[in-house]
Design a protein around this ligand. Structure first.
Ligand code: AVJ
Length: 318
């Protein structure tokens, strides 16, 4: 019973949605589990490591773009806004924009409470005088903002090309929901990754050090840890595939042999070569990105890209 005692804290924190998504996803054809479940504590750490990889250009390029764009964004949106960050994670990019914008409040929204509060405390320390109001929520659903920022005009901040995880339909729904929660006169600063040569894209999601593989496989470890499962993780292999028709990178976990396991008492079996689809990372052309924003109710007003045109930072108004 030692094991149970040790795991009790973990099990207590399990989102019942995680259990149902995993059970339904493994039973579906094709088998698929949503990418949002990557981000347990270990998964969030691995993602931080991904952002430092030589092959993973988005984080570095976007950071440089934020530095360039900051003063120009400030000129367009003015100071004193409430910056509302969707999926703030460790808030690693936030100081770059807060320094330039001089907002009066910062509202980080994230599903992972641990990271959220740590990051909020750090920022409050770095920016004395800035009111920080963290909100623990799934931003895929409409998020009511704290009363204290109700009267302030908003700047939505959605960096990292997180929107790439969504299909076009879901992305448009989300953009509209953001427009609704941010209200009249709001702006949105969003990072969107560009369509490019698969020889750059595929390694960005399958690095030489195997960090992305570990990130993908950690989902199976998490299922074992939290959902009373016995998946033989070593029997799966990480795959990164460019789907040219849909202009997206897909991550899959491929069975290297016939595999049988149980999750929460439910049996599953995969034949050798069968896959579990774990992530989509949609890439956009310049006009595709602008059309997506307009479809979601946002009018692009300024755009920044690097010399290689590998990533775009777009400012749009409601
Ligand atoms: C956080 C969704 C933007 O799609 O590039 C990185 C996640 N997955 N490497 C991305 C991710 C594998 C990342 N996003």
């Amino acid at each position: 019973m030692l094991t149970q005692e040790k795991d009790a804290g973990q099990i207590g924190r399990v989102d019942p949605m995680f259990r149902s998504d995993v059970l339904n996803g493994l039973a579906a054809r094709p088998r698929a589990i949503q990418a949002r479940w990557f981000y347990d504590h270990r998964g969030s750490q691995l993602f931080e490591q991904i952002t430092d990889l030589p092959e993973y250009y988005p984080t570095r390029v976007e950071a440089a773009l934020l530095d360039t764009a900051g003063p120009q964004v400030r000129e367009i949106v003015g100071s004193g806004r409430a910056v509302v960050e969707f999926g703030s994670g460790s808030s690693a990019k936030t100081p770059r924009i807060l320094r330039a914008i001089e907002p009066s409040a910062y509202v980080p929204i994230d599903i992972s409470g641990d990271f959220l509060r740590e990051a909020a405390d750090d920022l409050a320390e770095q920016f004395p005088g800035l009111a920080v109001h963290p909100v623990e929520a799934n931003f895929l659903h409409p998020v009511p903002l704290p009363d204290k920022v109700a009267a302030l005009p908003k700047l939505g901040f959605f960096p990292g090309s997180t929107i790439g995880n969504m299909t076009a339909l879901a992305a448009v729904d989300l953009l509209r929901a953001m427009r609704h929660s941010l209200g009249e006169g709001a702006y949105l600063l969003i990072g969107i990754d560009r369509v490019k040569d698969p020889e750059i894209l595929v390694p960005a999601y399958d690095d030489a050090q195997g960090v992305t593989a570990a990130f993908n496989l950690n989902l199976l470890d998490r299922i074992n840890r939290e959902l009373d499962a016995d998946i033989p993780v070593d029997a799966f292999r990480h795959k990164s595939v460019w789907n040219a028709d849909i202009e997206r990178i897909e991550m899959h976990l491929e069975a290297q042999r016939d595999i049988a396991f149980t999750v929460n008492g439910r049996p599953f079996d995969l034949a050798k070569g069968e896959t579990i689809h774990t992530e989509n990372s949609h890439k956009y052309t310049p006009s595709g990105a602008r059309l997506l924003l307009r479809s979601g109710g946002w009018t692009p007003v300024a755009e920044w890209t690097d010399d290689d045109d590998s990533f775009a930072l777009i400012l749009a108004e409601a």
